[in-house]
Design a protein around this ligand. Sequence first.
Ligand SMILES: [Zn+2]
Ligand SMILES: [Zn+2]
Length: 158
Amino acid sequence: MEQRLIPYHLRKIWRAASEEPYWLHGECVCPCGCDRFRILVFADKRENGYPCTAQTEDGFALMIHGICESCGERYVLFDASRHGYDCSLYSAVPEDMLSPWLCPDCQADTFGIELFIQPEEDTPYDTEEEQSEAFGWIRMDLSCPGHTHTEWISLETM
Ligand SMILES: [Zn+2]
Ligand SMILES: [Zn+2]
């Protein structure tokens, strides 16, 4: 998969994992070298405790931030109002409305992050940035030392 399709907002912390024909597969590594992050979310909860889109007064919202465990740098991992094919249905949420996500099994508060992105290749956009942010699907897996949360989010954005 071509590197130009990696979503712009993730490039600083993207490290390619495996080569896949239809997906970009990466893991998050802070430029400081650390690969563990605290996770902040604005979301509703699914039955298993994993996040899903929340309904707000203005429509819908889903925001996920990561904070590097080592240097404290904060990264936007996903903001449904800015990223994905159909972001116009979503609204942004102020940073202070996000709250920490803890492992439901062990209460761990830092995670390794794996990402799977299905890029939009068929519709041409004006800029590489727009093209890379108009992906059609995002899946994020989290892992704490004892647990792997597969499909922690798995979201079609169209
Ligand atoms: Zn860091
Ligand atoms: Zn755990």
